[in-house]
Design a binder for this molecule. Structure first.
Ligand SMILES: O=C(O)c1ccccc1NCC(=O)[C@H](O)[C@H](O)COP(=O)(O)O
Length: 264
């Protein structure tokens, strides 16, 4: 079983437990009653590099990263540095995230908030919206074609935007074919956890100019940002480097400046 399969097994167990406590009909109602999702794409289509800054306590590849006792304060620091969106890991077993983190972050910032999880069931989309998510993650490797298309449609129906994550040429083609507007290339292979920053560069052109291109994972330095920006990244998604940084506000501002220099 791959790491991704293993994570998804745990996600399904936790989901079954939540669904037994709160039926889908209640979650649907809560989603319908939630404040509308914030617009996402205009900010991502601006000329400057967009930074999606992640609240990440722990990961399967690195173990414990940071305590983050106050995710709202961290998110506010990210927004102050110019983050375009905040990614909140809500998976509990492997990342020590929670829906409570999502609630806290959504209440603390005005920028859009991504529910970063392993979305495999309709329930999670209504749940994401009920907890204020403006974006959700769709991992192409975890979904069949019909699911990918249905979940993209459900995301839009709920007023949210999908970040459609890929790692191979075939997955990029599937993301483009389904009409994804925001396509991520994860430099981390979720089956082996190997990280190779060159993955983005190898797939960027294949995405083409129609979608916003997001370079995800393994980005630590201004030089890393310059590399992916020169390869066509419109946005970066960064977790570990920011949660371990003493001054995440300055780090994000530095990433944006590095991209500007690389493109000049
Ligand atoms: O981070 C992991 O180890 C991981 C393992 C398996 C599935 C997903 C995983 N991470 C989710 C992410 O995509 C990253 O948190 C995100 O791209 C930020 O990565 P990084 O900047 O390298 O922390």
């Amino acid at each position: 079983m791959s790491v991704l399969d293993d994570i998804i097994s745990g996600v399904r167990l936790d989901l079954a437990e939540r669904a037994a406590r709160v039926p889908l009909s209640d979650v649907r109602r809560a989603a319908a009653d939630a404040a509308p999702a914030r617009p996402v794409m205009p900010a991502f289509r601006s000329d400057a590099l967009s930074v999606v800054a992640e609240v990440k306590r722990k990961s399967p590849s690195k173990g414990d990263l940071a305590e983050i006792p106050d995710p709202a304060a961290l998110a506010a620091a990210y927004a102050a540095g110019g983050a375009t969106a905040i990614s909140v890991l809500t998976e509990e077993r492997r990342f020590r995230g929670s829906l409570a983190d999502l609630d806290a972050v959504r209440a603390a910032v005005d920028v859009p908030v991504l529910r970063k999880d392993f979305m495999v069931d309709e329930y999670q989309f209504h749940e994401a919206r009920a907890h204020g998510a403006d974006l959700v993650l769709l991992i192409v490797a975890a979904l069949g074609d019909a699911q990918l298309s249905d979940f993209l449609a459900l995301t839009a129906e709920l007023g949210m935007t999908a970040l459609v994550e890929t790692h191979t040429a075939e997955e990029v083609d599937r993301a483009v074919a389904v009409g994804a507007e925001l396509i991520g290339v994860n430099n981390r292979n979720l089956k082996t956890l190997d990280v190779d920053l060159a993955t983005f560069g190898g797939l960027s052109e294949r995405i083409g100019p129609g979608a916003v291109r997001v370079a995800e994972s393994g980005i630590f330095t201004a030089a890393d940002v310059a590399t992916v920006a020169a390869q066509g990244a419109d946005a970066i998604l960064v977790g570990e480097a920011l949660v371990r940084h003493g001054d995440p506000t300055a780090a994000i501002a530095g990433f944006i400046a590095a991209a500007e220099r690389a493109r000049a």
